[in-house]
Write a protein that binds this ligand. Sequence first.
Ligand code: UGA
Length: 434
Amino acid sequence: MNVTVMGTGYVGLVTGATLSDSGHKVTCLDIIEEKVNELNQGKSPIFEPGLEELIKKGIQAKTLRGSTDIENCIRESDVTFICVGTPSNKNGSINLSYIKSASSSIGRALRVKEGEHTVIVKSTVVPLTTEETVLPTIIKKCGWKRERLGVGMNPEFLREGCAVNDAQKPDRIVIGFADELSKKIMNDLYAKHKCPKLECSPRTAELIKYASNSFLATKISFVNEIANMCNSWSIDFKEVSEGMGLDSRISPLFLRAGAGFGGSCFPKDVKALAAASRTSKVESKMLDAALEVNEAQPLIIVEMAKERLGVLKGKKITVLGLAFKPDTDDIRESRSEIVIKKLVDEGAIVTGHDPEAMTNFREIVDIEMAATSIEAIDEADCVILMTEWQEYINLDYKLIKEKMSGNVVIDGRRAFDYRQMEEEGFDYKAIGLG
Ligand code: UGA
């Protein structure tokens, strides 16, 4: 099938590269020429394990290319995926301006096309957007009879850091179809995937995406509250989560307590669903609470440092991990930003380190960065672990001890071996460890 993908962000690139790898002819569209050129040279504009290899393979096999020629590419293709961003407005609701302009561009391109075309929304959008915004905008611009146009909603469930694997081996594929044409096209596109495929309305597909992310985010905030209780009652939350996770109805996944959830999806999606439900006069106490807990968690980390160091003013504090999670350079909504800003406000001298995210982080907070984790630790009074990169977990505790001036370690992800930490003489504190 001839596929056009609008938007070469994270979702667009992974979607385009994996569809080209499963035999479709894919063009990834973007208005930024540099991004398109990079893509055509077989380079990935974003850091994501395995993505560059897949892009290179597609470019060499001529099943993948980048282009800025929106109108011609859409006309030459059978199906267009909308993968543009849906940023937050100030009140948390999603901003549909990119979705609207993508829909208008598609409509304009289709004016002079013959035959049929299918448009599939992959961007995360609140219920009714595909049916009430995307579909009418395209029809209005192209002037087609409804029968010639297929419209569907097919959410993504990719995790950064393992997005390629998630796209190639998904748990499920949600096929939100507004007509038989889009249902057939989505089933054909994913014919090679053997996972469960759920056929439903576009609005159901839209809510499945939000409900899934919001459920996982709420699960994290819930375990974070339980972990905070563990701190008061001298209970090890790791044992509690093990005991909970053995119940197959609960599952051991997403039970890791710590500094809270970040990234470009959970915080934005929970806020958007809460805002959308408010607009429809349904108050969501759960979603608001999940967000509230998540804002408080990073500050607990700062309090833990304060309790141990007395005042933070003038103290040398190293923050290990700036990305919102390991294996990505993405710093969006990273809990490290909240922790570091608070530490700086309190007068601490902060040094940061991250294996991949230092360049991005420099753009939002101006702090000292060290080239290596060991250099970052040098003469620190306190080390705070914020992102559980394997590199940090593997650090030699004896070497950390030698390098530091003090002995306080605050583990925001409960990733270090606490018994070994204590044996080495660290004053070790973690969320969920009383
Ligand atoms: C998330 C979802 O997991 C994907 O299914 C979804 O497709 C994606 O959002 C999206 O909407 O695009 P992602 O944001 O890449 O994926 O990252 P996760 O691995 O889900 O982690 C999100 C945050 O939760 C991270 O800050 C992580 O540290 C935190 N987390 C995760 C915890 O604090 N505890 C856990 O047990 C798991």
